[in-house]
Design a binder for this molecule. Structure first.
Ligand code: SF4
Length: 433
């Protein structure tokens, strides 16, 4: 079978689970359309642009192969897909693992001998073996006005801490050097199950971000926390960074800084005194890297609100910043808000925020020149003898990279001490020390 996986890291984890199951059922993966008996397209329906990308991917799979099963977030809009592609064999929604697996079974009955392919201990992975996404919960209890995820994925549903830890342990045993903890709202982990403790290695571990982060840290891999809202208890994770159990890294999707815009976005934890908190976190863990994403051109955002955001960013000195222009996603409450911002103003604000964050990023990276940092190797270029990896401050796919020279002896998954020789707006350049 073939697979096209679109969307966020969470969708990628879903794809991994589906493939693990199908491999166990005897299916083999095809690297191209031609060799596949059926193509599974895992779609993203978060933004209208993502939906369009998903529809294009379905169209391509139909044209190239013809036998297509669709799953993922866009599966909730089966009529839209059917209208455009009446030949799609089956459509299932997100997290419908059983349904999608049985749809693939119907479309291409499994091979007679399901024992040919052994599933590796930690499941067949789409991400490189040395890093893995670890999903700790589904859904979200918030109702941010620009977001339709709760209506697609439902309210927060946390996994048991012992189940998460068991999966993480297997991943580490199978070669994972970096665990990327993901969910819609990592700091809210366990709220829905009242932080109920479970026994893990003879000790009680609560379904709580702090407990989970500490236990994950003991497994010996890098632990990186994504989608962390700055609730007060996030302060308890900072000492774990100081102890070296968790990477000194926080991905906090602030989305804006202006209190007025945050209220209108209905953002969680927006009352937190974030600048003070950042200062106090840095006093405990000076090297902590904070990444965030922001929406510009939200309905009602004035030039004054936007200037507030720029001033805030100047003060916050975040390490990595992603920005998005507001898009009215079908079904989102924010669409009904008055005073939508014209496209050209959104574009102009987007460019201003990106220019500012590029300058801050360049300054912060320049300060690392001359230092030695641990770098996890992602890929090696045998021809040039170079290698590419990431420091503790950089998550895969979304942050910067470290480019190494004279690194012919390293392999993907190695953690190498690197002397940093140069930097630019996003990346570092160095040599193994
Ligand atoms: S916190 Fe807000 S943006 Fe994030 S998933 Fe929940 S509702 Fe959506």
């Amino acid at each position: 079978m073939g697979l096209v996986s679109l969307g966020c890291p969470k969708a990628l984890v879903d794809s991994e689970r589906i493939i693990t199951k199908l491999r166990a059922d005897g299916y083999q993966m095809s690297p191209d359309y031609a060799g596949a008996d059926v193509v599974l397209v895992n779609t993203c329906g978060f933004l209208d642009s993502a939906k369009e990308e998903s529809l294009e991917a379905i169209g391509e799979a139909i044209a190239e192969n013809g036998r297509v099963v669709v799953t993922g977030c866009m599966g909730n809009e089966a009529e839209v897909i059917r209208q455009r592609f009446p030949d799609v064999l089956a459509i299932t929604g997100p997290q419908q693992y059983e349904e999608v697996v049985s749809a693939v079974h119907d479309a291409a009955p499994p091979a007679a001998s399901p024992y040919i392919d052994l599933v590796p201990e930690a499941g067949l992975k789409l991400t490189p073996r040395h890093y893995s996404y670890l999903k700790i919960s589904e859904g979200c209890n918030h109702r941010c006005s620009f977001c339709i995820i709760p209506s697609i994925r439902g309210d927060l549903a946390s996994r048991r801490p012992d189940a998460v830890l068991r999966e993480a342990e297997k991943l580490v045993e199978a070669g994972t050097r970096e665990l990327l903890v993901i969910s819609q709202d990592t700091s809210a982990y366990g709220v829905d199950i009242r932080h109920q403790p479970r026994i893990w290695k003879g000790e009680e571990v609560r379904a709580h971000m702090t407990d989970l982060a500490r236990e994950l840290g003991k497994l010996g891999a890098w632990v990186r926390l994504h989608y962390v809202y700055p609730y007060p208890h996030v302060d308890q994770v900072i000492p774990l960074m100081a102890e070296g159990l968790v990477l000194p890294y926080l991905d906090i999707p602030f989305q804006h800084a202006s209190p007025k815009v945050l209220r209108s976005m209905k953002r969680p934890a927006n009352e937190a005194k974030v600048l003070e908190r950042l200062k106090s976190w840095r006093s405990i863990v000076p090297e902590i890297a904070v990444r965030s994403s922001f929406v510009v051109g939200f309905p009602g955002e004035t030039e004054e609100d936007f200037q507030y955001l720029l001033n805030w960013l100047e003060e916050a000195q975040l390490d990595r910043v992603g920005a998005f222009k507001f898009e009215p996603v079908q079904g989102a409450a924010a669409n009904a808000l008055p005073d939508h911002v014209p496209d050209e103003v959104k574009q102009e604000r987007y460019e201003r925020v990106m220019a500012l964050s590029a300058r801050i990023s360049a300054e912060k990276l320049r300060a690392k020149v001359g230092r030695t940092l641990d770098v996890l190797i992602d890929s090696v270029d045998t021809e040039s003898g170079g290698a590419t990896g990431r420091s503790k401050a950089d998550a895969p796919e979304i942050d910067g990279e470290a480019h190494l020279r004279d690194a012919a002896h390293v392999s993907p998954g190695d953690i190498v001490t690197v002397r940093i020789e140069d930097s630019d707006e996003h990346d570092l350049y160095g040599v193994p020390a």
